[in-house]
Each structure stands twice: as structure tokens, then as C-alpha cells.
Design a protein around this ligand. Structure first.
Ligand code: CP
Length: 298
């Protein structure tokens, strides 16, 4: 694996290899031991804001013994007109081995990977537009299997702004491949018409019935073209103490808008898995970086 750009580029056995290695890191991180110390440099280029993904990749890199650098676009020569491709070429020449990129434009990281320098600089997608967030899906898979075991036949309900959610797209791709029954639930204005093969429910109580896991999504105000009727959305689609199935696990990729997609009361009593997700993300990202470094060194 030289790059990680999209879940669809990973075979199931590669996904399982990442998960197995993440399990190893989960056991060994507290003692500070690693499978082996890596030598190399990682640069984080985030063109959209982030808390979890950026810190998680930074933590994962440090735990692996990698040097990690944060690229601040506004303080860089991007502000003088240099493009991302030339920036990466120069960062590679300076000695960076892996570039972890978050960007607004769908297909951008794939485009960069097709250029020649990509043989020497591995690219990792840290969330791209509304289309893909592969390491979030991998950490969600890791979290789900820890709680539910095999996902075969398990009902996973994704509630909220499906249209603008890269997390939903990558999770649907990954979890369906391992047998999960995905149900999407949102008002019509958040329905993604490209997801034709996915079961859709407009009524939240019907959607959540017998769910094994419920995944809330943030309303992505920064990507909305039109205002939405927020009070109606909260009334009809908020996950709360009344509609949340007792035995299901509650997930959310974060950041959570309290009392919008999930009620505070539910978050404060049943939000433990939501905090476990970013914790698991460190182990999963350690595994991804480790496997990429191994591939580069072979
Ligand atoms: N889940 C996620 O991508 O969160 P951040 O935007 O904080 O990285």
C-alpha cells in the first residue's frame, strides 16, 4: 500500500490487515512499545479545519517514532500562489515521506497521486469534500467490530446530513462489504440520490427499530447551499432518549452539535462509544502509517 485514498482501493484482506495491526497497537501503546520503530517524516496538510483527524494522525505518527510536521497553508508559499502539487514536490525533496491531506475538492488527492512524484511521496486522504474519509470508516469499523463482533446481518442506521457526509459515503462502502445492513435516515433535503442501492427511511422511529448501531451525522452548515428548517429537523430527526434503541451503540464521527443531531441528555448518558471512536482512531492510523512505511521500504 503506497497511498490510502479511498476505501474502494482497498481489498477486504488489506482492511483486515489494518484492523489486526490496530489491535496490536491498542494492546501495546500503553507500554510504549511498538512493533518496530519507524524512521521517516510525515507532513499534515489540512486545507479544512479538524480536531480529531489531525491530532490523531499526529499522535499516531509520534507513537510510531516518526517525525511529524504541520503545514499551515496561510503561512506557506501557497499564499503566494504556489499550487499543492508543487508544494508536495518540494516537501518530498526536503525529506517528507508521507503527506496526510484534508481538502475540500472531491477527487483531488487521487489527481495528485497520479502525478509522477507520488512514487516517492505517499498520500493519505484525511477527509475529502463530501466524498470520502477512509480512515474514519476504518476506525468506525474497528469500533463496531469491538462491540458487535461480525457485522454480517447487523443493522447500522446512519441518521442526518447524508448528502454532505464523506463519513457516510466511506462507511457505506466499507461496512456493506462486511455484510452490515445499512439504513440511511434523513429528511428528503439530506437524501443523497447517488446512493441508489441503500435502504432509506424517512421516519426515524421506523429506521431505528432493532438497530445494532446508530450513527449520527453533523449538519454541515459550511456546505449547505440553502437554509434548512432547523427546528423541524430537530423535532423529526434528533436522536434522543425517546427514540434511541436501548441495546444499540451510539456513534458519531464528531464534531457533535449538541442538541441538534443528538440530545445532550443522550450524549451525556450514552456517548461513551463516541469518545472511544477517536481513541481507536489513533491505533487504526498507526496501523495505516506503519503499513504504508513498510510498503515504501520494500
Ligand atoms: N471525524 C472528523 O473528521 O473530525 P475532525 O473534522 O475534527 O477531524
Amino acid at each position: 500500500m503506497n497511498h490510502l485514498i479511498d476505501i474502494k482501493n482497498l481489498k477486504n484482506e488489506e482492511i483486515l490487515e489494518i484492523i489486526e495491526l490496530a489491535k496490536y497497537y491498542e494492546k501495546h501503546v500503553p507500554e510504549g512499545t511498538q512493533r518496530k520503530k519507524q524512521k521517516g517524516s510525515v507532513v499534515l496538510l489540512f486545507f479544512e479545519n479538524s480536531t480529531r483527524t489531525r491530532f490523531s494522525f499526529e499522535m499516531a505518527s509520534r507513537k510510531l517514532g516518526l517525525d511529524v510536521f504541520n503545514f499551515e497553508a496561510q503561512n506557506s508559499s501557497i499564499s503566494k500562489g504556489e499550487g499543492v502539487f508543487d508544494t508536495l514536490n518540494n516537501l518530498n525533496a526536503i525529506g517528507c515521506d508521507i503527506a496526510i491531506i484534508r481538502h475540500t475538492k472531491e477527487g483531488f488527492i487521487e489527481e495528485l497521486a497520479r502525478k509522477h512524484y507520488a512514487y516517492e511521496l505517499s498520500l493519505v486522504n484525511a477527509g475529502e469534500g463530501k466524498s470520502s474519509h477512509p480512515t474514519q470508516a476504518l476506525l468506525d469499523f474497528y469500533t463496531l467490530t469491538k462491540h458487535l463482533g461480525s457485522l454480517d446481518g447487523k443493522k447500522i442506521v446512519i441518521v442526518g446530513d447524508i448528502t454532505h457526509s464523506r463519513v457516510a459515503k466511506s462507511n457505506i462502502e466499507l461496512l456493506s462489504r462486511f455484510g452490515a445492513k445499512i439504513v440511511c435516515c434523513s429528511p428528503d433535503y439530506f437524501k443523497d440520490s447517488t446512493l441508489k442501492h441503500i435502504k432509506y427511511e424517512f421516519d426515524i422511529n421506523t429506521a431505528l427499530k432493532d438497530a445494532d448501531a446508530v450513527m449520527g451525522l453533523r449538519i454541515q452548515k459550511e456546505r449547505l447551499e440553502n437554509q434548512i428548517p432547523l427546528a423541524n429537523y430537530i423535532k423529526d430527526y434528533q436522536i434522543n432518549e425517546k427514540n434511541m434503541p436501548k441495546n444499540a451503540i451510539l456513534m458519531h464521527p464528531g464534531p457533535v452539535n449538541r442538541d441538534v443531531e443528538i440530545s445532550s441528555a443522550l450524549l451525556d448518558t450514552k456517548g461513551d462509544v463516541i469518545i472511544e471512536q477517536p481513541r481507536n482512531g489513533v491505533f487504526v492510523r498507526m496501523a495505516v502509517l506503519d503499513i504504508i512505511f513498510e510498503g515504501v521500504q520494500r
